[in-house]
Design a protein around this ligand. Structure first.
Ligand code: ADP
Ligand code: MG
Length: 281
């Protein structure tokens, strides 16, 4: 486009700015010293203990780690669904840490797709209505070709008129995935998107996420406990007790299983030595 939306040609400085930003800042979302505590006093849970991580635009990143290590908390704070205790979150270079609710809602609606572990579909609406809901809420018309491609790729063609309780878990999750992608968001966050799928549908969904990264430049950040699922990603980060303990490029399933076993063993040894210390005192 050679003109702005108001018909005024952009100033050279604006073009240079846009260009240099695109070149020097290929980061979709970034956490800086991100801390998230739940509760206070002695019962405080330190879910994130000062996390520093950048997610590149157009990359597929897997997040792994034991249950309770902070994976969902990281996703929720990065996506503006939950507030940080301290630290900062940059979304396409913009500091969103202290955005007001209205601005956060807009950001989520325009730029973020979230696939929840528990689907979060609206029970009163059909699959098609659920998929289109983000656009309906924003008062926007769907791109029918994109809708058709999502529906076909996710194998939902003959389920569009069904309500969630008439769909299997796998079908509900595929509806949730289509809903997250319908707005063509900058970043898709997926929390265990294949957790309720059999291995065949799981492979289809992972192939679809990978294709959306490779062909559409989609940024995908996916939590998974499955080393095979992680192997579809370009990079895998391993969490333990609120910290990143490994950052693996081109993750292979076998390597990720090894890493996860090491992390579990470390946690076990720490727990045992903490108990021994407690008994000695
Ligand atoms: N809303 C909450 N209130 C209190 N503690 C929470 C809440 N959400 C998560 N936690 C705690 O924070 C830690 C990290 O949880 P979570 O991010 O859900 O881990 P994961 O997704 O890796 O299983 C856990 O100890 C969990 O119990
Ligand atoms: Mg979780």
């Amino acid at each position: 486009m050679s003109e702005t939306q108001f018909g005024i040609p952009p100033k050279p400085a604006d073009i240079a700015m846009k260009y240099s930003l695109a070149q020097t800042s290929p980061t979709a979302v970034q956490a800086v010293e991100l801390v998230k505590d739940y509760g206070s006093g002695e019962s405080t849970v330190h879910a994130l203990r000062g996390v520093n991580v950048s997610f590149a635009q157009g990359a597929f990143t897997a997040i792994m780690g034991p249950s309770g290590s902070g994976k969902s908390t990281l996703m929720h704070t990065l996506a503006g669904l939950d507030s940080a205790t301290s630290g900062r979150i940059l979304f396409e270079g913009r500091d969103i840490t202290h955005l007001k609710d209205n601005d956060l809602t807009l950001l989520r609606r325009e730029s973020i797709g979230f696939i929840f572990q528990s689907f979060n579909l609206l029970p009163m609406f059909t699959a098609e209505q659920n998929i289109l809901m983000p656009l309906t809420l924003a008062g926007k018309k769907p791109d029918r070709a994109w809708f058709a491609r999502l529906v076909a790729t996710l194998g939902l063609g003959d389920r569009l008129g069904h309500r969630p309780n008439e769909l299997s878990g796998g079908q509900q999750q595929r509806v949730a995935i289509a809903r997250a992608l319908i707005t063509k968001p900058t970043v898709v966050f997926a929390d265990e998107p294949t957790g309720n799928l059999d291995s065949v549908s799981s492979a289809e969904v992972l192939d679809f996420l990978r294709t959306s990264v490779k062909e559409l430049g989609q940024t995908v950040i996916m939590v998974t406990h499955d080393a095979v699922a992680a192997s579809y990603a370009d990079r895998a980060i391993v969490f333990s007790d609120g910290r990143i303990v490994a950052d693996q490029p081109d993750p292979q399933a076998e390597r990720m299983s090894e890493l996860l076993n090491e992390v579990r063993l470390d946690l076990l040894q720490n727990t045992v030595s903490a108990n021994v210390t407690a008994e000695q005192n």
